[in-house]
Design a protein around this ligand. Structure first.
Ligand SMILES: [Mg+2]
Length: 258
């Protein structure tokens, strides 16, 4: 078996279901990262989960024995904030967690305005009905909706739980309004700036993940290699049915390298 990391400059790693599942590190994750570091391959952690801040992720990874920095964490929330700053938006109404609101406030954007320019939907694990009521009220006044990512569910050790994709359906049923823009994987805006920074071409990049419609789709859009791990959402049967085969299919991140 040839080394699937030959000539690679950057590895993008999904977190939930790839590096860890809930509060458990996936077997071999630490070794895989050590291997990348020893080969001088840059690596970044990508998460569509907008319920947490970068610092939350740094802390969680450190608890699991992986020391990293905020610079290596790329969140779907980053793309939204970047978009709002570029469009000089100051007032939003966020359906999202306190951590997400903090990220907006740090960027100088009001997350709970009474006259928002956008309603922003994040993965709100602290959801209360009042937020749904207010957001629906703004959508009916034609305030456009942004979503941090498209995931229908979030994997947990006990099974999948409702995520933003499901919430988008709720708002569409209730108000008839769809998201104007959906950020996060598989939107290539999430990683293009990193490729530019390291002057990496698509052939020099790898995406590692457990999910077809976000992780593999991002790799397809970037035209880069995809390593599919079966430690999260995708089963071996589903992997076998894929028309376009990933460069690697492995039981988990620890089994990617020969
Ligand atoms: Mg995942």
């Amino acid at each position: 078996m040839k080394n699937p990391l030959k000539d690679k400059k950057i590895v993008f790693l999904d977190l939930d279901g790839t590096v860890y599942l809930g509060d458990n590190l996936i077997p071999g994750a630490k070794n895989f990262l050590k291997n990348l570091a020893s080969k001088g391959i840059h690596f970044y952690f990508l998460s569509n989960n907008s319920s947490r801040s970068k610092l939350d992720y740094v802390k969680k990874l450190s608890r699991l024995g992986i020391n990293t920095t905020k610079e290596r964490i790329i969140l779907s929330t980053d793309g939204v904030i970047d978009f709002l700053i570029r469009n000089k938006v100051k007032d939003t109404y966020i359906v999202g967690t306190r951590s997400m609101m903090d990220m907006f406030e740090e960027a100088g954007i009001n997350p709970c305005s009474d006259s928002p320019e956008y309603v922003v939907l994040g993965f709100d694990t602290e959801l209360v009905y009042e937020k749904l009521r207010k957001a629906a009220f703004f959508l009916l006044k034609d305030i456009p909706l942004l979503a941090t990512h498209p995931d229908l569910v979030c994997p947990t050790p006990e099974g999948p739980i409702p995520d933003i994709g499901a919430m988008l359906s709720l708002f569409e049923k209730a108000t008839g309004k769809k998201a104007r823009k959906v950020f996060g994987k598989p939107n290539v805006e999430m990683v293009r700036h990193i490729m530019k920074k390291h002057q990496a071409t698509n052939r020099e990049v790898v995406m590692v993940g457990d999910r077809i419609y976000t992780d593999m789709e991002l790799a397809n859009r970037l035209k880069c290699d995809f390593f599919l791990v079966l430690s999260g959402e995708t089963s071996a049967e589903e992997a076998a049915r894929l028309k376009k085969k990933p460069a690697v299919v492995a039981e988990n991140i620890g089994k990617i390298l020969p």
